[in-house]
Design a protein around this ligand. Structure first.
Ligand SMILES: *Cc1c(COP(=O)(O)O)cnc(C)c1O
Length: 391
């Protein structure tokens, strides 16, 4: 079979038509599926026949969504989950057991760190946290019982980049499972499988939905790993709802065009901010002066939709800036068609103490923009008028 492009795969992969010959995939809102006869029911339960049985196990809409993701990122198997966090939690609990050791990036999503630091230890899983871009510390952290390595790249909110080839080699050499949270990059910008990463995780809530409507997540990888995750989800009920899967599968059809625009808007804004007298330390992986530029270029198709920067001056200029924005939304989400401005120090990262926060590069004047799909000139005008109030 000829390998199709990302765009055509995302648009043309769909479950079979029903007898109505619908063009767009229908929504299968059904909790269970009927058996052809008693023997068929028994065979479905035994696993000797394939097919849908109950929507906690599988459903045409969730299957379509995960199948598409697997094709887009070139993984063998996948399972979809109720949210990104359900995907993170499932992957860790399904693949680790008491006595195992886990190494994770300090720069991971806050709730992921909570699971690693507060929930997994109750199950007898120990951990070491390391800096995402400090390769020596990943190597030093390996113990005889290290089973799994977990990271996000680009990281939130300071957009650090990990070298995926290095990570995957380290894991192969030491028989460790590698997991990458690919939420910020999306399947369109970065394919962890190309670098040999075992498992890719998504919060589909972000760019995959792309319009801030539904929660969802997915775990994709090889059949053996995914089987463990599937068994866990099927029994614990962390499954994706068919309705959300239907939205997310449809959203994948437009992911490529949306990401192209998110990235070009973000690149324009990052470049413009670099020359702004009231701004310093603009972070965007594809800015040529960026520390991670070469690595980002190697791993990602484009720079992504997030931009970080600091507002110059003393005191909390960031609060003034946020309160003066007219187009940008103040909310905790990202990856939406609507642009969003966030102040990590007082919101997402407010639970860290001052030293931890500064070590992570999150100063009190640091702003994270999730650049949306509005006209870029109007976004720049909004940021400019708001910055002028911080003089
Ligand atoms: C939002 C997010 C999650 C969690 O996803 P939910 O869908 O909100 O549960 C996990 N990882 C990253 C990087 C995220 O941005």
């Amino acid at each position: 079979m000829v390998k199709k492009s990302f765009e055509t795969t995302a648009i043309r992969t769909q479950i079979e038509q029903s007898y109505h010959r619908e063009h767009s995939v229908p929504l299968y809102l059904t909790s269970s599926f009927t058996f052809e006869d008693a023997e068929h029911g028994s065979a479905l339960f035994q696993g000797s026949a394939e097919g849908n049985l109950y929507s906690r196990f599988s459903n045409p809409n969730t299957s379509e969504f995960t199948q598409k993701l697997c094709l887009l990122e070139n993984y063998e198997a996948g399972v979809s989950t109720a949210s990104g966090m359900a995907a993170v939690y499932t992957s860790l609990v399904a693949l680790l057991q008491s006595g195992d050791h886990l190494i994770a990036s300090k720069n991971s999503f806050g709730n992921t760190l909570y699971i690693i630091q507060h929930i997994l230890p109750k199950m007898g899983v120990e951990y070491t946290l390391v800096e995402l871009d400090d390769e020596q510390s990943w190597i030093r952290a390996i113990k005889p019982n290290t089973k799994l390595l977990y990271l996000e790249t680009p990281s939130n909110p300071t957009l650090k980049i990990a070298d995926l080839s290095f990570i995957s080699r380290l894991c192969r050499d030491n028989k460790i499972i590698s997991i990458v949270d690919n939420c910020f990059a999306t399947p369109y910008l970065q394919k962890p499988s190309e670098f040999g990463i075992d498992i890719s995780i998504h919060s589909a809530t972000k760019y995959i939905d792309g319009q801030g409507r539904v929660l969802g997540g997915a775990i994709i990888g090889n059949k053996e790993h995914i089987k463990h995750c599937y068994e866990f989800i099927r029994r614990t009920g962390a499954c994706l709802s068919p309705f959300n899967a239907w939205i997310l599968s449809k959203s994948l059809e437009t992911l490529a065009v949306r990401m192209d625009r998110h990235c070009s808007n973000a690149m324009s804004i990052a470049t413009w901010l670099t020359n702004h007298p009231l701004v310093e330390n603009v972070i965007y992986p594809f800015l040529p002066h960026s520390k991670d530029y070469e690595l980002a270029k190697k791993q990602m198709k484009l720079g992504g939709g997030l931009v970080g920067f600091e507002i110059k001056g003393n005191g909390n200029k960031a609060i003034k800036f946020l309160n003066s924005l007219k187009i940008h939304s103040l909310t905790a989400n990202l990856g939406d068609s609507r642009s969003i401005a966030t102040h990590p120090a007082s919101t997402t990262h407010s639970k860290l103490d001052e030293t931890q926060r500064l070590n992570s590069g999150i100063t009190s004047n640091f702003i994270r923009l999730s650049v949306g799909l509005e006209h870029v000139d109007e976004l720049i005008t909004d940021i400019d008028q708001s910055l002028s109030t911080t003089k």
